[in-house]
Design a protein around this ligand. Sequence first.
Ligand SMILES: Cc1cc2nc3c(=O)[nH]c(=O)nc-3n(C[C@H](O)[C@H](O)[C@H](O)COP(=O)(O)O)c2cc1C
Length: 350
Amino acid sequence: MPVLVEDPWDVLEYDFPRTGTRSEQLKFLLNYAVLAPSGHNSQPWRFKISGDEVELYADRTRALPVVDPDDRELIMSCGAALLHLRVAMRHFGYKSIVRAFPDFSEPDLLAFIRLGSRHEPSSMDHRLFDAIKERRTNRLPFAQRRVPEPDLQACETAVQDEGAHLHVLRDVHAREALVDLIAEGDRIQGRDKRFRRELAAWIHPNRSKSHDGIPGYAQGVSTVLSYAGPFVIRTFDWGEGRAAHDRQLAQGSPALMILTTRMDNPIAWLEAGQGLARLLLAAQDAGLSASFLNQPIEVPRLRPRVAELIDSTDHPQLILRMGYGKRLRPTPRRPVREVLSTSSFSMMYR
Ligand SMILES: Cc1cc2nc3c(=O)[nH]c(=O)nc-3n(C[C@H](O)[C@H](O)[C@H](O)COP(=O)(O)O)c2cc1C
């Protein structure tokens, strides 16, 4: 059976090369890493395998300089891929040993991840793994059904396990204030030509053959209308319409939450990304869908106002809505062979 598949969504766990080399096993596990969510589905990661270790690199050629000038969301996206890889390792019975930012002179090298000793996977290890292929970003309205408090608490614990924090807004006034800030963020971003141009470059028609970016169907857009999407996004100031849309979406969401970190640096962003991915997998396991409303964190002058809504000095990193949604089609992914570099050793002797 092939270790790598052309479409990572087609990976089958039965194909895990149990008797293969460590390097073949790691290659196979990367099929799960690349199913992680990423900003604009930019998939800004690269991997190298040497022996029993994977090196995770930030691919800054895929940066989003307008919406994410410091590569904050880019590092979080890589953190999400890292968490997927760890979950896959545990599911197949291996501990994962991670060394984050092993070389400060090389800021693109985010982590070494080693296939550790054998361990007995827990039922949670298996459930998080099963959620990898089911999870989607769901931007459509959710059912009007409360999320049980124990499930919300499980979400908070999932994020905390990775060193970040989740603040579920349980207070009506805080929710309203956040909804106002999201709408304000939409108006500011929709007015900004550079923001629109950058976003339009990553929005694709439903029938596009592209392996990255966001197809129209992921936003609930029909195949015919999806051809006009990039032009409309690039050309018109849609901020007011988007603000009204997101206001309704957020108000109608059973849960609104802010993911935060104590510090605001690449180490914290990598943790936030792992916390996000663990949260989304735990939520998927509980039958919950989620999507992002990060606008007021992405607009620098609104970010401190988001921070005022939480009872801590933490830095807001992401805003999520959560609830019960319909099952959606997956968005495309680049095959692992496209994101796997040959090791520096083999490059020397090529
Ligand atoms: C750090 C990060 C930030 C994101 N920000 C947004 C966002 O502001 N708005 C949005 O609609 N989706 C956002 N997303 C979701 C991505 O667009 C989504 O993960 C990607 O399109 C792949 O689709 P999937 O999650 O369904 O696999 C974000 C994802 C990550 C990891």
